[in-house]
Design a protein around this ligand. Structure first.
Ligand SMILES: [Cu+2]
Length: 481
């Protein structure tokens, strides 16, 4: 696979898969659980890069977390077995200090993993051809139909980079043709920083009425049972798998509904990654220039309503679609190890240093803590009261959400359980949003998947997936021994 810059002026980039001489740009990869991935990554960017397989359980050497970046002009062999459950995974660059710029440039790829449960669900839904779709949703600054290059101001680097238009698999004004019946959508929020409150509307131009849908799965695959919902939060790097019945409808628009984005920290600066000074930006522009404000003409604030894409329903309305199965996977209920004292983590904000985990900016050579291979732990992750939402991502292992406390009202009203958990907390997660003043308890099992124990010390990361925060050092390393 080639990582290339296709437009130096705008800084746009793309992955190109070379399949026996045939070149495919923006590939969407599909694998069955147990398949082997075998590729050589060639870096044609003027910056270092890596490919992180987001959500997969891999060894440190294959995880692509930036311990060993691929220098400009260099290559790296990637060989591993796909051991994870069926689900929507994705791959993107993770070179420290350059992640936000490279992801925004277009370096986002989808990896759809299937297995027997996944295939049984498709059969039960009687999906018409074309009614299963995987989409990467992102935002960009667009003027006159042209994307503007990534040039965040100091304010953008504090809050995150927000655009004014949605890109769906890299395209503006995306129309997805589907047929009557169930439609299964696997959706990734590939935005650098924007949180989405996903909702579907019919007759959207006249205000619209909400079309309810069913949550089937989260980051790490299917839930035990579908959950009926009207809207779900989807923060940067999170995924949802949903079923929506489009029978008898003509056009359904997916939108991010308006919500309070909880950006309470207003002034401050974020730490600057030293690697940034060694390589040029992808486009001819500056990054995080001190004292600079926002480019208001091409900017829609986080939490503002944003149209995402349209489902155009074709074909004759047939018989009513089959009922959803009551059980769709064998996923057990989230359970904590009875004797485990929680490992506590604090998400901090300071006007001089920006956002940090436990008051510590990222250092490549630091290991914040080690866990024993096979251990089961509870992590208590608390966000400070004056803060921002932080979508926290764990490399190497999925986790389960046990409980939320201190959740702000509009989100708490979506909770379906006394534990404060949202429907999207009920599956396997690798990224979870922690709102200001909120505490989450997560159950981690460092034995899973059972057959994926890699020999020797393996370093992974826990970090914020607001990519401007990530590049601003809101990351820690941990080791599995
Ligand atoms: Cu953050």
């Amino acid at each position: 696979m080639i990582v290339e810059r296709s437009d130096p002026l705008l800084g746009r980039c793309r992955y190109v898969a070379d399949l026996g001489g045939q070149q495919v740009a923006h590939p969407v990869l599909v694998a069955r659980r147990g398949d082997r991935f075998d590729a050589t990554i060639e870096n044609r960017l003027p910056q270092p890069t890596t490919i992180h397989f987001h959500g997969l359980t891999l060894s440190e050497a294959q995880d692509g977390a930036g311990f060993e970046a691929i220098a400009p002009g260099a290559s790296k062999a990637l060989r591993f077995e796909v051991k994870n459950r069926a689900g929507l995974y994705w791959f993107h660059p993770h070179p420290h200090g350059f992640t936000a710029e490279q992801v925004h440039a277009g370096l986002v790829g989808l990896l759809v993993v299937t297995d027997a449960e996944d295939a049984a669900l498709d059969a039960a839904l009687a999906l018409a051809p074309g009614n299963r779709v995987a989409l990467a949703l992102a935002d960009a600054r667009v003027a006159g139909g042209l994307l503007r290059p990534y040039a965040p101001s100091a304010e953008d680097c504090l809050h995150g980079w927000f655009g004014n238009r949605a890109l769906v698999n890299g395209a503006l004004d995306a129309q997805v043709p589907v047929s009557n019946g169930w439609v299964r959508l696997q959706l990734l929020n590939a935005s650098n920083a924007r949180g989405l409150l996903l909702e579907f509307r019919e007759h959207a131009r006249d205000g619209g009425t909400s079309v309810p849908f069913h949550l089937l799965g989260t980051d790490g695959g299917l839930l035990a049972a579908p959950v009926p919902v009207v809207r779900v939060f989807l923060y940067s790097a999170e995924r949802v798998d949903i079923a929506i019945d489009v029978s008898g409808r003509r056009e359904i628009t997916a939108v991010s509904a308006a919500f309070d984005p909880r950006h309470q920290a207003r002034d401050g600066r974020v730490a600057h990654h030293p690697a940034r000074d060694q390589y040029p930006p992808l486009a001819v522009d500056t990054i995080c220039a001190p004292g600079s404000g926002r480019d208001a003409a091409y900017f829609l604030p986080d939490g503002a309503e944003l149209a995402l894409f349209t489902l155009s329903v074709g074909g004759a309305a047939g018989a009513a679609p089959p009922p959803l199965p009551a059980r769709i996977s064998t996923l057990p209920e989230a359970a904590a190890a009875a004797d485990a004292a929680p490992r506590r983590m604090r998400l901090d904000f300071d006007e001089r240093t920006g956002f940090l985990i436990d008051q510590t900016p990222y250092r490549l050579d630091e290991i914040a803590f080690s866990v024993a291979r096979g251990a089961r732990e509870i992590w208590e992750v608390r966000n400070s009261p004056i803060s921002m939402p932080h979508p926290m991502h764990l490399h190497g292992f999925g986790f389960r959400v046990l409980r939320r406390q201190g959740t702000f009202g509009p989100a708490r009203r979506l909770a379906s359980q006394s534990s404060g958990r949202l429907p999207t907390d009920l599956g396997v997660k690798d990224t979870v949003v922690v709102w200001p003043n909120e505490t989450l308890w997560l159950a981690l099992d460092f034995a899973l998947p059972k057959d994926a124990a890699f020999r020797g010390r393996q370093r992974y990361m826990f970090h914020c997936h607001n990519l401007e925060h990530e590049d601003g050092m809101m990351m820690r390393n941990y080791a599995v021994l």
